[in-house]
Design a protein around this ligand. Structure first.
Ligand SMILES: Nc1ncnc2c1ncn2[C@@H]1O[C@H](COP(=O)(O)OP(=O)(O)O)[C@@H](O)[C@H]1O
Ligand SMILES: O=C(OP(=O)(O)O)[C@H](O)COP(=O)(O)O
Length: 400
């Protein structure tokens, strides 16, 4: 467990401007937050700081807008969900630096909570640019990082700020690291990992190390399509990153050499439209029509995944097996979640799942309370599992 300062080290903060990095990158459909877990998890830190009289200024990203304002990635869309979870009125400023931010901060009273607009609307955020970081730091007297799920990013608001201001870990940051260490610090074998979802390019590299630490890697979702295509199989219009075929082949080679089983789908549920209730059918994974896309793994694959979960003593899971937000493409994810939950309840499995959408999926399956631990983090949790140093955590230790 890394040593860092926590909120317990913060005394006499009435009137101080606390810049708090949180992860509010929550799933949204039709303008509504569909899973508020990440908001709920940062509430203790924010309400504690507020009750001690700090002016609480929230920094967060939302989606991947690539350094420019994008209307449907505005954090204004989630303010009402934040108000609801905190049972408080949270103020909002339409920029995270500059005159709009300054005006809003100058108007704050002790204990107020202000959410600043998406930090990723500025190119300097992801570049960890010193000029942008200095501008952010100018709005605060201290920095609290409570965004464990973004701690694998060395961005201005997750890493840079800790070089400018006294830095502290928030309650969720602390709790996540403690829970992961307790559940997975010395995992009981066999360890089975399930990795699915859509963030193929940002997660595929970490599989290279993960296959050295687990006994089996079950691949589903968009990630699976990339591995299937890498074997020369046509995946039609499926979500797939063809330029990562070499990386996928390399991972399969390394897994084989190290004795880690790679489990890929045998069949898929295909459709021609990405929408709920779209006409669909099950096909062999080698027979995907060129005008169709795989939106879920099929029943034979679910059976195989369930068998691997049954063999596991420890399960780590990030990324849904299919497009679970649109029925009936949630079937495989729900079946796997229920199976893992039942084994956990029976005391036969330690199960840890994480990631913004994975949490939503496990919630959708109705079994979130039966998992051993559910992390808010996906990529960060897998990188932690790989044994990698997370920049957002490392900098807190250095500044302690
Ligand atoms: N076969 C698929 N085709 C398209 N999208 C998929 C497929 N399988 C999963 N997804 C999508 O992956 C997304 C979640 O991926 P990701 O962001 O990597 O997970 P997490 O947020 O849990 O880390 C979901 O929105 C889901 O719809
Ligand atoms: O949703 C997140 O990560 P996750 O999809 O791995 O759970 C975090 O907010 C990080 O987002 P990013 O992967 O765009 O840096």
């Amino acid at each position: 467990m890394p040593a860092f300062k926590t909120l317990d080290d913060l005394t006499d903060i009435a009137g101080k401007r606390a810049l708090v990095r949180v992860d509010l990158n929550v799933p949204v459909a039709n303008g509504k937050v569909t899973d508020a877990t990440r908001i709920e998890r940062v509430a203790p830190t924010i309400l504690e700081l507020s009750s001690k009289g700090a002016k609480v200024i929230l920094l967060a990203h939302f989606g991947r807008p690539k350094g420019e304002p994008v209307a449907d990635m505005s954090l204004s869309l989630i303010v009402s969900a934040v108000n609801e979870v905190f049972s408080r009125k949270v103020l909002f400023a339409s920029d995270c630096i500059g005159p709009d931010a300054k005006q809003a901060i100058d108007g704050m009273k002790n204990g107020d909570i202000l959410l600043l607009e998406n930090t990723r609307f500025h190119k300097g955020e992801e570049k960890n640019d010193p000029e942008f970081t200095t501008a952010l730091a100018g709005n605060g007297d201290l920095f609290v990082n409570d965004a464990f799920s973004a701690a694998h990013r060395a961005h201005a608001s997750t890493e840079g700020l800790a070089h400018h201001l006294p830095a502290y870990a928030g309650r969720t940051m602390q709790a996540e690291l403690e829970a992961l260490e307790k559940g997975l610090g010395n995992p009981s074998r066999p360890v089975v990992a399930i990795v699915g979802g859509a963030k193929v390019s940002t997660k595929i590299d970490l599989l290279q190390n993960l296959v050295k630490r687990v006994d089996a890697l079950v691949i589903g979702g968009g990630m699976a399509n990339t591995f299937i295509a890498a074997q020369g199989i046509d995946v039609g219009k499926s979500l797939c990153e063809h330029d990562l075929a070499d990386t996928a082949r390399e991972i399969m080679k390394e897994a084989k050499a190290g004795g880690c089983a790679i489990v890929l789908p045998l069949d898929g549920v295909i459709a021609r439209e990405f929408k709920a209730g779209a006409a669909n059918e099950v096909v062999n994974i080698k027979e995907i029509p060129s005008d169709a896309m795989v939106l879920d793994v099929g029943p034979k694959s679910v059976e195989a995944v369930s068998e691997w979960i049954s063999k596991a003593s420890t399960l780590v899971w990030n990324g849904p097996l299919g497009a679970f937000e649109i029925e009936p493409f949630d079937k495989a994810t729900v079946a796997a979640a229920k199976h893992a939950a039942a084994l956990t309840k029976a005391g036969k499995l330690t199960s840890v799942a994480g990631g913004g959408d994975t949490v939503a999926a496990v919630n959708h399956a109705g079994v979130i309370d039966d998992f051993s631990y559910v992390s808010t983090a996906g990529g960060a949790f897998l990188e932690w599992m790989e044994g990698k140093e997370l920049p957002g955590v490392a900098v807190l230790s250095k500044s302690a």
